[in-house]
Design a protein around this ligand. Structure first.
Ligand code: SAM
Ligand code: DTB
Ligand code: SF4
Length: 331
């Protein structure tokens, strides 16, 4: 894939020619095997060629339906199968969601992401979610939802409501996936991503690292994303938030250098995508986050809470941006 940069207003935006890219696993693994400085230099160079290196896009998350999810994702506090002490909450009222979006906008977020703990939405759930999308969009924000598996017709309804992004993670490699989730397949995930893409909605898809996977699983996950007919426009890289009561509580912590390397490889493989430093920032030092931005991360979740777990406070993020000379990217 060839990538060129052009200046649009103040922002450097990437324009990508539609030549399909294919990364072999050995090439991706060779990137992971590079000396750290060589890998970071390469990733930062690609980053600079495609984006303003000091701009970070800000998204805010809201859990619009919490807990009691029938799926068995081993990392997730919202699964009904694990006793995590989480209080469940039915689908929120539209007005309450719009209020939260207004607060997020006032705090500088350009994208509002609404997450629901569903295996897949029912059509009557979508009646409400499509209205949420329309009303949040009317505030002048980009909209994103993550609702589980989607049929083509449901993706089309969301597109018609004006949805900008749909988040659906592949989470890890196909092989490791089977050890983490049994209630839906990897192919189910890829099918939902296809439905989203076919409906003309931007794809947000990434995964979680620190679940006890091998480096080769991380390489395969990034290879799968990068080799999609069109790579996701947005690639969240989550560090596992270990939640008490979930099967993955107590798994060996990922080495922070390996996490930064994962961000760097994501940047090299998907030069024009937004790479989001997603869950797990509360457990990271400022220096580690700074390295992730240098390695090519250019988006974060901003706000004191992710879906159900803690995120750094807004004032801590404000201070970090100031210390690093980073400014919020405009949508
Ligand atoms: N229920 C929908 C689904 O799974 O498709 C949407 C919400 S789900 C919480 C969205 C994503 O959050 C998951 O795919 C997973 O990648 C991420 N996630 C969930 N729990 C996490 C945790 N403890 N640490 C890091 N990421 C997590
Ligand atoms: C994504 O990749 N990470 C976000 C968002 N997409 C929906 C979710 C992180 C959830 C972390 C655990 C929680 O707060 O419940
Ligand atoms: Fe349910 Fe999504 Fe959590 Fe899996 S990740 S248990 S599908 S809310």
């Amino acid at each position: 894939m060839s990538v060129s940069a052009e200046v649009v207003g103040e922002q450097k935006m990437a324009t990508v020619s539609l030549v399909r890219n294919t990364w072999s696993l050995s090439k991706v693994q060779a990137l992971f095997a590079l000396p750290f400085n060589d890998l970071l230099f390469k990733a930062h160079t690609v980053h600079r060629e495609n984006f303003d290196p000091n701009a970070v896009q800000i998204s805010t998350l809201l859990s619009i339906k919490t807990g009691a999810c029938p799926e068995d994702c081993s990392y997730c506090p919202q699964s009904v199968r694990y006793d995590t002490g989480l209080e469940k909450q039915a689908l929120m009222e539209i007005a309450a969601v719009v209020e939260q979006a207004k607060v997020a906008k006032a705090n500088g977020a350009s994208r509002f992401c609404m997450g629901a703990a569903w295996r897949s939405p029912k059509d009557r759930d979508l009646d409400k979610v499509t209205q949420m999308v329309e009303e949040v969009k009317a505030l002048g924000m980009e909209t994103c939802v993550t609702l589980g598996m989607l049929e083509n017709s449901q993706a089309k309804r969301l597109k018609d409501a004006g949805l900008d992004y749909y988040n659906h993670n592949i989470d890890t490699s196909e092989e490791f996936y089977k050890k983490v989730i049994t209630t839906r397949t990897y192919q189910d995930r890829l099918d939902t991503i296809d439905a989203v893409r076919s409906a003309g909605i931007n794809v947000c898809s990434g995964g979680i690292v620190g679940m006890g996977e091998e480096i080769s699983d991380r390489a395969k996950m990034l290879q799968t994303l990068a080799n999609m007919e069109r790579p996701p426009e947005s690639v969240p890289i989550n560090q596992l938030v270990q939640v008490e009561g979930t099967p993955l509580e107590g798994v060996e912590l990922i080495d922070s250098i390996e996490f930064i390397k994962t961000i760097a490889v994501a940047r090299i493989l998907m030069p024009a995508s937004q790479v989001r430093l997603s869950a797990g920032r509360s457990e990271m030092t400022d220096e580690m986050q700074a390295m992730c931005f240098f390695a090519g991360a250019n988006s974060i979740f901003y706000g004191d809470q992710l879906l159900t777990t803690e995120n750094p406070s807004q004032s801590a993020d404000y201070k970090l941006f100031k210390r690093l000379g980073i400014h919020p990217a405009t949508a």
